[in-house]
Design a protein around this ligand. Sequence first.
Ligand code: WT7
Length: 683
Amino acid sequence: MWKHSQQALALVGRSQRCLLLPSSVSTISSKHPRTFLSTPIPEVAQMDLSINSYADLYNFSIEKPDIFWKAVSGRLDWHQKFITTIQGDFTTGVNWFVGGKLNVSVNCVDRHAKNHPDRVAIIYEKDEPGHHEFITYGQLKELVVKYAHILRTVGNVKKGDRVAFYLPCGPTACAMALACSRIGAVHSIVFAGFSADALASRMNDAGATVVITTDIARRGGKTLKLKKIVDDALEHAPCVKTVLVDARDGDTSRVKLQHPRDHFLQDLMNTSTKNVNDVIEYVDSNDPLFILYTSGSTGKPKGLVHTTGGYLLYAMFTYKNVFDHRDGDIFGCVADIGWITGHSYVLYGPLANGGTTLAFESTPIYPNPGRYWEMVQRLQLTHLYCAPTAIRLLLRFGSEWVQKYDRSSLRVLGSVGEPINHEAWQWFHEVVGEKRCVVRDTWWQTETGGICLTPRPSGPTDPVLPAMPMRAFYGIKPVLMNSAKSEGQEEGALCIEKPWPGLAQSIWGDPARFKEVYFKEFAPYYFSGDGAIKNADGYWRITGRMDDVINVTGHRLGTAEVEDAMDEHEFTSETAVVGYPHEIKGEGIFAFVVLKEGGKDLDRQKMEKELKKLCKERIAGYAIPDYILFHDGLPKTRSGKIMRRILRKIAAGETSPEKLGDISTLADPSVVKSLVKARESLK
Ligand code: WT7
């Protein structure tokens, strides 16, 4: 029996039997309709009788956003009604549902616990297949209330305080995030694959006073010493006063605590929750719910601030409509809670709708490449939402791994994080989904809070084309800037014209940077940083980032972050990092390094090792370059700017002069020739 079941049992004082998946879930999962998406037109449509198709509803949402979102907002429980639906614009800053007060944990837990206490809220799929736990809404509520009490009493957390998380994806992370929202605190979840340095800089930036972690985590059969990493990070993060440690499997013998700073959650659950006082902090709609850091084109990650009312409503409404959520669904989003996909579609979207969500702790290939499909069969998942990089990886292992397992429970498949290639889309659709499931490519970003481009609900005769997100979600009006037209299609910088409730409100501690990054270049629109194509039929396809951000195995990474890490080495004089196409990862990392005089005679292999170590220590394992090319110089313009366009081509192996383009503006064009030669020797 597993820890959380026991913990939850202790909380609710029920017999172990109650933890079996309640019959309401298991019976519903056996009668999945095998039809294509058929979400009924949301009831907002009924306010305007001229609406009789999804396209009409979309147009309505763009023309009358205030009426549209006001109608949608009725799906949340408001403690105090709001007065103004939308206030301001991109130039002034936007506020949503002004005057309204609500509590996120009440919306995601209490109201469902009241109506369906035995419905499963979270399925915790641990690293070892078959080691799953079910947490019902009733149990989740007890857990959230107790965690909130611990945060308040032991962590001294008050409204507006920041709480950092360094946790694997699981019920502790989910319930703690909800506990923060219950008391009006702001969570800042840091992906537990980041290094101690990266964790420290995020905690410092957010000014976190509490950090929550586990003694160890397990991922892909490996043991990760999370508490040790937190200890290292805390040497450089004096703002943190309290560490709450979840002892995995209840085993409190694994790590030593530093008193009085550190506490085991297990001990606190026994002692400090005797007289729990459930204080619900109803906050303003525009109060922050969480901060989430993401990479940009400079070295310093941005802490995007998401607000309570707008974000929650958008996560809830996109989840319901894009994935056609129905009662009894078992939603399998395999993203980690440390990314926005985990926030919106593991946690907030599904729970706000009263759904059953999966918290997946493992990897797609542990213990073998059948993991997803075995899990689909065992847990009767109705949805699988994952990244193209995982699909490409699994595709390589062959369809037998998929076909070994029964996937008849699946109804909707989703892809997120990077452009999905045709081969991966077809395999997902034909092999995984047996041509029976709808496939939704979903484009969005940490900044956007929820899905913005996706085939969305569409009519039975509306086409769904492979490998593109196609249509804008309700309320989203995409525009192409600096665009060029050819053969009926248009390509340019992907911007969004009008505010929508899910968009982040600011960058933590740096509102000026928020304006500068997103609203300056194509003012007065929001600029996503991506390029896109609108085809002759008006359908959208994403071409990729237009800035110095790359996408490695679905992880967003600023090339400047990697450069900063390598520049710390005493013998690097200059570095330039670019992405190049990689069959599985989407993009690989290619680093060009110029050494200082004293470094030129050093052992290159040793140097390479040291540079890779720096990337791992400063950022994370996935930030380690695939290639490091040492060279005497880099292609620069006469004003000294590195020509990344040329480096990208060289990294991609494009070596013929006509492919490299115009190099006449370089200060020293000969450097290109020698770089090409050096690149060839790396193959
Ligand atoms: C960047 C955002 C969206 C949540 C997970 C990633 C790329 C995302 C798609 C897609 C093409 C995509 C974009 C975007 N991206 N989804 N369906 N097709 N590209 O969030 O870490 O903030 O990264 O991921 O380049 O800007 P993120």
